[in-house]
Design a protein around this ligand. Structure first.
Ligand SMILES: Cc1cc2nc3c(=O)[nH]c(=O)nc-3n(C[C@H](O)[C@H](O)[C@H](O)COP(=O)(O)OP(=O)(O)OC[C@H]3O[C@@H](n4cnc5c(N)ncnc54)[C@H](O)[C@@H]3O)c2cc1C
Length: 301
């Protein structure tokens, strides 16, 4: 492999050649990227991000890979993985029991909730069971149980042209959307506003959510593939179109929840073809164009 500037300047950052998307996304399919970097501190992550942008090389950002479908075959680019960019610090406590914590972008939900449980902090329990990073969730304004990230985010530190902080207002959170999705950027840190509680209450809230989530379909997926349409459940629309159980190659529409496409094969092309088929059928039947929530890496046709 040619010694590019990226290699020369950043090989001190933990990295892995021939990074497998199949092993690093919840869909469990996709090919390999030429390499992935795993920065462990914000400075390195930001410097690498700026260098990748300047280099003109192809690259993508990957959190926990729980909302990502990556192309099969060889992705001729780099992956900036945030999985080792994790850590939490309590930054501020107010008299009214409000507590601000700074969470590194790659911190996993289970790490965040373990911290909240230990420290008796409430407010983030609705995230329990989502197999995601906090940066990925802020990017998507993800959530569950009628709540989403915008309910607890105070600010987000990003790298785009430089490193800067977006206030919650500047994040422009809407359904499954944020400013961070519109501009190209790396989310370095998310500041959350939580409330002081007691560990046993937080633990019980988390346990309750985890029990509720057992109803979700098992199997390799990205959670919901499509965004709801004008407030109507995309799953219901797909179900009403008679597409539950539809199968293409190694992928099928879950008979339990029609917005879940389960991968039981090895091919991202199958998953993509089924997504396209569902979109097509829903359009033919209802004139509705469903929009994917799932994010793509690489080329799909
Ligand atoms: C079984 C299952 C259940 C799920 N349930 C839910 C649910 O209840 N609610 C919900 O909202 N979602 C759910 N999801 C979907 C998914 O977990 C969320 O969309 C989550 O926000 C993705 O986070 P991630 O770290 O895995 O992101 P990835 O899949 O790694 O990336 C998704 C996108 O975010 C970008 N991104 C990730 N991290 C950063 C960063 N630090 N900076 C800039 N961009 C970044 C990536 O470039 C990519 O475009 C579920 C998924 C699965 C597999």
């Amino acid at each position: 492999m040619a010694e590019t500037d990226i290699w020369r300047d950043f090989k001190y950052i933990p990295h892995k050649y021939n990074f497998s998307f199949a092993s690093n996304t919840t869909y469990g399919c996709g090919g390999t990227a030429k390499a992935a970097f795993f920065p462990v501190c914000e400075d390195d992550a930001a410097r690498l991000y700026f260098a990748l942008k300047r280099s003109g090389e192809k690259f993508c950002i990957l959190g926990c890979g729980s909302d990502t479908l990556a192309q099969d075959g060889f992705y001729d680019g780099y992956v900036l993985s945030t999985v080792r960019l994790s850590g939490i610090a309590e930054t501020q406590t107010a008299y009214d029991g409000t507590v601000a914590i700074s969470v590194s972008g790659g911190t996993k939900v289970y790490e965040l909730l373990a911290y909240c449980k230990r420290r008796g902090l409430t407010g983030a329990e609705f995230l329990a069971g989502i197999p995601a990073s906090v940066g990925g969730l802020a990017f998507m304004n993800g959530g569950a149980d009628g709540k989403c990230m915008q309910d607890i985010v105070r600010s987000v530190k990003i790298a785009d042209k430089n490193v800067r902080v977006l206030t919650a207002e500047e994040c422009n959170f809407t359904y499954k959307h944020s400013t961070m999705r519109d501009i190209t950027c790396l989310i370095l840190e998310v500041k959350l506003l939580l409330k002081r509680s007691v560990p046993s209450v937080v633990a019980a809230n988390i346990a309750r959510r985890l029990i509720e989530r057992r109803k979700l379909p098992a199997g390799r997926s990205c959670g919901c593939v499509f965004e709801n349409y004008c407030g109507v459940s995309a799953g219901k629309i797909i179900e009403n179109a008679g597409l539950k159980g539809l199968k293409m190659g190694g992928a099928y529409v879950s008979p339990a929840h029609a917005n879940f496409i389960i991968n039981c094969g090895k091919s991202s092309a199958d998953v993509y073809a089924l997504i396209a088929k569902v979109k097509d059928e829903v359009y033919k039947k209802y004139g509705i164009t469903l929009k994917e929530e799932v994010c793509y890496i690489g080329d799909f046709k």
